[in-house]
Design a protein around this ligand. Structure first.
Ligand code: AMP
Length: 280
């Protein structure tokens, strides 16, 4: 079935209103396009929970800093629509920037807590205000019952979950495990920036995280294990922004020996910034 494509909030609301009248539950999958199997898994997980799935495609300028990759961010709307259709998506919301940010737009949704954990926020200070502003708009515009987010962007998942809770938004944020390439590299739209050599090297992030997680399970101090992962990646040519073990829910630096832990990393390989994380 071909999904309907809408580009305005008014058209989106006409579609969702009809679902509501018919008592249908629906999920939203926010994306920036350039879709891969990770995104499509969010659609299939949405279909397990809801009667209808909306995918949104919007490369949100507010979450990119001036020196970041907004203008070269990969775009392939026709390909995305084909993939979303095959995955069973019912509706695609792909608004132009001027529909999202109307003249005079001046509202920012901004969080502390997990959004100020000193991870992505430290290296991309504008990022989470951009994310929480667009995601809160998408939640309100769609009125969806469920929102599907990947664990691949672990801090983002925790930030969005907290935001929905703090603002009493009537939506359940569902985290979906990271989909990986056969060699372990987390699927990402940005992987297509990697040269063939870099692509082979890139799997080192997952390997370093897995090794560090094994060490922590074997009793080694989490920050010691994170430091050796940083050293291993640096030796292999990465410029590491961070590798760190955090409390899996709050993202705070762990205090108790039995805190649930998540190992989280961000590192540059050439001109490409890769992020990944795993449960300990
Ligand atoms: P993006 O288009 O990169 O902003 O990602 C849109 C959504 O897809 C976010 O919730 C991401 O966490 C999720 N996502 C991206 N890559 C993966 C992956 N490899 N596995 C699972 N979810 C993913």
């Amino acid at each position: 079935m071909k999904p309907r494509i809408v580009r305005t909030v008014a058209a989106l609301r006409r579609e969702t209103m009809a679902w509501r009248i018919n008592n249908l539950k629906y999920a939203v999958v926010p994306t920036m396009g350039a879709l891969h199997n990770g995104h499509l898994t969010l659609v299939s997980e949405g279909l397990k929970r809801a009667d209808r799935v909306i995918a949104t495609i919007f490369v949100n300028p507010k979450q990119f800093a001036a020196n970041e990759d907004l203008s070269r961010y990969p775009r392939d709307e026709d390909g995305d629509i084909r993939k979303l259709a095959k995955a069973g998506t019912h509706l695609i919301f792909a608004p132009p920037p001027e529909e999202v940010y109307k003249p005079g737009f001046c509202t920012t949704v901004s969080l502390a807590g997990p959004a100020k954990a000193g991870l992505e926020d430290k290296f991309r200070p504008q990022f989470f205000d951009g994310v929480t502003t667009i995601v809160s708009k998408l939640f309100i515009q769609t009125g969806a019952d469920f929102a599907m987010f990947g664990e691949k962007d672990y801090q983002q998942l925790k930030v969005v979950t907290r935001m929905a809770k703090d603002l009493d938004l009537p939506i359940e944020v569902v985290g979906v495990p990271t989909i990986r390439e056969p060699d372990g590299l987390a699927m990402s739209s940005r992987n297509r920036y990697l040269s063939a050599t870099e692509r082979k090297q890139a799997t080192a992030i997952y390997q370093a995280l897995s090794l560090a997680a094994d060490k922590i399970r074997a009793g080694i101090d989490p920050q010691t294990a994170s430091r050796s992962a940083t050293r291993a990646l640096t030796t292999q040519g990465f410029k590491v922004d961070y590798v760190t073990a955090r409390h899996a829910e709050t993202l705070a630096v762990p205090e108790e020996r039995h805190d649930p832990l998540r190992l989280i990393a961000a590192a540059w390989l050439g001109k490409t910034r890769l992020i990944d994380n795993i449960a300990v």
